[in-house]
Write a protein that binds this ligand. Structure first.
Ligand code: G6P
Length: 607
């Protein structure tokens, strides 16, 4: 969602800030803005792409080596220049950008207006600039602390003051801020991807902390002005992680990175001598995991479908009772969370507001809360009792691809770990391990079909509606395949459990409404084949994803995509890849903005 970049140093701020915003574009936004403390101070805003702001900034060429910039994803007030950040106070001295939501902004705004403050936007953010103005008496840091103590809600902010030309103050509660420290320059951003080009020395701010940045140095305090000492850590991703490396889009690059990403996800985590997984992040809670009886998985979007997959895997490999729940619905249920309940939050970004809220609720009720997260140091990673990282590498494309397949791989490992401490045999454990080790090679073979799948996309991309069907392990993949098509190609697609098809969707089938049927030769194959017959009988066109060498679908389907044979549990990791490619090629053929689909955001930090 919204993105923040801040710079104070010796270089001209303008290029660093605009480049940073471009690297945050993938998070989703609808307007942007930049302020630079030169002589005179400079402020520019634009609605739409960062390119519009970039053009203006390069024409106007503002000078100055301290500045803040922002990409906005509208919550309070439309995407207009007036509502775009940075926001200013009445005196025009304070410049502020904000991610998050100020829940008590209306009460604060009324009070400030009563005190004579003039507002120029409809945003909740603007109250912060006026609160800083009101609290300012020589120290920007102290004014920010005092202002934030009055605020309810979430924030990641960066603030400058015209009287402090070598200083930026940042703060966070619920919305990430990371500091980057170079020689004679300091940066801050909402996401490491905006910093990686400049420094590998970073510091993650914790909730309710304020940091003062000066060129090459930083200091951190709490909102109550208690000093905090924290060392910088070295960033593991290099700047090249953010480059396209010859691919036309990040999404395609990330689809092709999956063999390696899955390999990284299980590297060092397989124990062949005992037929079990080794997950260091769960060792501290080993006893509670052995005592667990009940597993509830919470997540959103693509991560939710990973959770649905996990339900089948945990039920197969362990004796746990498993439920998968949308994080946004979790709070409306009256679940009996006990000492032996484990709640597992799955999230690529580790910042999804609904997932965070669900895990906080589960913690409050005494459950052991685990995380499966890709972004190291993210809020979910920090707030869970224990967890496992995906190691998928940075994912820029808004539509999740390699995060999903690595989530499936690690969920399989988690189930294997818990299964082997229960009744799962060594042989069964080893057959999962062998299957997993085969996955990267299988994925490479599927990726070789990209051009063929592009031709299928050419044949089908004019369809206005699609049905995706699958059973058991393939049911979540049907949902994920349909989601991908909706997200990036803007084609209406319904993901359905194949058995449910007769209870509604079949009424829609005719020769203009194609179906993608997930039909690998697993335990559900015969039943899915019957569903394919039923669609065929209604003149529906069908693309089947099936196992290599299966000739039984014959004349029943129009097109076949083959995937290698593997353990039934692992087939979803393979079957999803042709669906990612299909959605990708449809989106490109339809002229869609693949990496930045309209209205969507990479990290959804509002509930
Ligand atoms: C957004 C993204 C999706 C993602 C979902 C959950 O909607 O566009 O790709 O699946 O959020 O995000 P998370 O980071 O929690 O996995």
């Amino acid at each position: 969602m919204c993105g923040i970049v801040a710079y104070v140093g010796e270089q001209q701020a303008r290029e660093i800030l605009v480049d940073g915003l471009k690297r945050l574009e993938y998070r989703g936004y609808d307007s942007s803005g930049v302020a630079i403390l030169g002589t005179p101070p400079y402020l520019a805003k634009a609605v739409g792409k960062v390119a519009a702001l970039e053009q203006r900034v390069s024409q106007e060429n503002p000078l100055g080596s301290v500045g803040i910039a922002h990409t906005r994803w509208a919550t309070h007030g439309k995407p207009t220049e007036a509502n775009a950040h940075p926001h200013l106070d009445c005196s025009g001295q304070v410049y502020l950008v904000h991610n998050g939501i100020i829940e008590n902004y209306q009460a604060l705004k009324n009070r400030l207006i009563g005190g004579g403050h003039k507002f120029t936007s409809e945003t909740d953010t603007e109250v912060l600039a006026h609160l800083v103005e009101e609290a300012y008496s020589g120290s920007l840091e102290s004014a920010v602390q005092k202002a934030l103590l009055q605020v309810q809600g979430t924030f990641g902010i960066a603030v400058m003051h015209a009287a402090h030309r070598h200083q930026i103050v940042v703060a966070r509660r619920g919305s990430p801020i990371v500091l980057g420290v170079g020689s004679n320059e300091s940066l801050a951003a909402s996401d490491v991807s905006a910093l990686a080009r400049h420094t590998d020395q970073v510091v993650f701010l914790e909730d309710n902390e304020v940091a003062r940045l000066e060129p090459g140095t930083f200091s951190i305090t709490t909102l109550e002005n208690k000093a905090i000492s924290r060392e910088a850590t070295t960033l593991e991703i290099g700047p090249e992680a953010m480059e396209l490396g010859g691919f036309p889009h990040y999404m395609l690059k990330e689809i092709f990175e999956q063999p390696e990403a899955v390999e990284n996800a299980f590297r060092g985590r397989l124990n062949h001598s005992e037929g079990v997984a080794k997950l260091g992040g769960l060792e501290s809670v080993g006893d509670r995991l052995r005592a667990a009886r009940h597993l509830i998985i919470v997540s959103c979007g693509t991560s939710y479908y990973a959770g649905l997959f996990a339900r089948y895997v945990f039920e197969t490999l362990t004796d746990l009772a498993v439920e998968t729940e949308l994080a946004s619905e979790f709070r409306y249920r009256k679940l009996n969370l006990r000492q032996n309940t484990v709640v597992l939050a799955i999230s690529q970004s580790g910042e999804t507001a609904d997932t965070l809220a669900a895990l906080r609720e589960a913690k409050r009720k005494g459950a052991l809360v685990l995380g499966l997260v890709n972004v190291v140091g993210s809020s979910i990673a920090r707030e869970t009792h224990a967890g496992v990282y995906c190691h998928a590498g940075i994912e820029v494309g808004v539509a999740s691809t390699k995060s999903f397949t690595t989530q499936l791989a690690i969920l399989t490992l988690m189930a294997l770990l818990m299964g082997r401490s229960r009744d799962l045999s060594y042989e069964e454990g080893m057959s999962v391990i062998h299957g997993l080790e085969k996955v990267p090679g299988d994925l490479r073979r599927i990726l070789e079909q990209s051009e063929r799948i592009r031709k299928l996309a050419e044949k089908y991309c004019e369809a206005r509606h699609f049905l995706y069907i699958g059973r058991k392990y393939q049911y979540p993949i049907a949902l994920e395949g349909a989601l991908k098509l909706k997200e990036i190609a803007y084609i209406h697609a319904e993901g359905y459990a194949a058995g449910e098809m007769k209870h509604g969707p079949i009424a829609l089938i005719d020769n203009s409404f194609p179906t993608v049927a997930l039909a690998p030769e697993d335990g559900s194959y015969e039943k899915v084949a019957s569903n394919i017959q039923e669609i065929r009988a209604r003149e529906g066109r069908i693309i089947a994803v099936t196992s290599e060498g299966n000739s039984r679908l014959g004349q029943l389907v129009d097109d076949v995509i083959e995937i290698p044979h593997n353990h039934e549990i692992l087939t979803p990791l393979l079957a999803v890849v042709p669906l990612q490619l299909f959605a990708y090629h449809c989106a490109v053929l339809r002229g869609c903005d693949v990496d930045k689909p309209r209205n969507l955001a990479k990290s959804v930090t509002v509930e």
